[in-house]
Design a protein around this ligand. Structure first.
Ligand SMILES: Cc1cc2nc3c(=O)[nH]c(=O)nc-3n(C[C@H](O)[C@H](O)[C@H](O)COP(=O)(O)OP(=O)(O)OC[C@H]3O[C@@H](n4cnc5c(N)ncnc54)[C@H](O)[C@@H]3O)c2cc1C
Length: 208
């Protein structure tokens, strides 16, 4: 028997639960896409009674169209909060998929294959190499600091910016880059100036 849903569920659309509610939900999640379902699952795991409402069936919004590709470095081309968010999210994904599959008994097709970032110009190639050095990090990448310092004066502003950002990520070990970064801070394009300024802060005042 399907009972009459409460007013707020009727107003929001289809009542997803076919079971009469034992008690009023603590939380109503509007939207049964990947985001709504993930939020509801997490809240429920933490002990809340959660109800999801949607005018469509589960996953029939943008979620059904997704190609299922999780590629932070292709989505967020520049360092910043968006890249940080996507990288941190991806780092949580293996564990999330494992848990959801185990709890639901439904296998999730998921493989880590890496991504191919195709450079179509020499400058894009230089940016890709610099970003790869940043991702590798550690002493092996630090050996390339002289090349990165030269790249801060590259004719292409995107290369200058990438080099400044990676030198900043390296921190104090990149102190030889300070004069080049100071020049970039004074004469570079706005994005280069911002990257150079942040890099100088990281190199000269680590932890700030
Ligand atoms: C063609 C395409 C390819 C994509 N490929 C990728 C990819 O490879 N990798 C990737 O990470 N992302 C990809 N995306 C993006 C990804 O699909 C979306 O970011 C994600 O599915 C959004 O999930 P969501 O739950 O926020 O939205 P949705 O899945 O759209 O869910 C929102 C739900 O809310 C419901 N809703 C809205 N308003 C109301 C209301 N007032 N009352 C009740 N219900 C309501 C809708 O019916 C819908 O079901 C792609 C998107 C598209 C379109």
């Amino acid at each position: 028997m399907v009972t009459e849903p409460p007013w707020y569920v009727m107003n929001a659309g289809v009542y997803l639960s076919e079971q009469p509610m034992a008690r009023p939900s603590d939380i109503i999640v509007i939207g049964a896409g990947i985001v709504g379902c993930a939020v509801a699952e997490e809240l429920s795991r933490r002990g809340a009674s959660v109800e999801i409402v949607d005018e469509r069936s589960v996953g029939m919004g943008a979620t059904q169209a997704s190609a299922g590709v999780l590629a932070p470095y292709l989505e967020a081309r520049e360092d910043g909060p968006f890249l940080d968010l996507t990288v941190r999210s991806l780092a949580l994904f293996d564990q999330f998929v494992e848990r959801v599959s185990a709890e639901s008994g439904v296998p999730v097709s998921y493989r880590r294959t890496g991504t191919l970032d195709v450079a179509t110009t020499d400058a894009e190639m230089r940016v890709a190499v610099i970003r790869a050095l940043g991702a590798v990090g550690g002493p092996e990448a630090h050996a390339a600091i002289p090349g990165l310092i030269a790249a801060v004066a590259d004719p292409d502003a995107r290369v200058q910016q990438a080099a400044a950002e990676v030198l900043g990520e390296f921190g104090t070990v990149a102190r030889d880059a300070v004069p080049s970064l100071r020049r970039a801070l004074q004469t570079g394009a706005p994005k280069v100036q911002k990257a150079a300024g942040e890099a100088l802060l990281n190199i000269m005042r680590p932890g700030k």
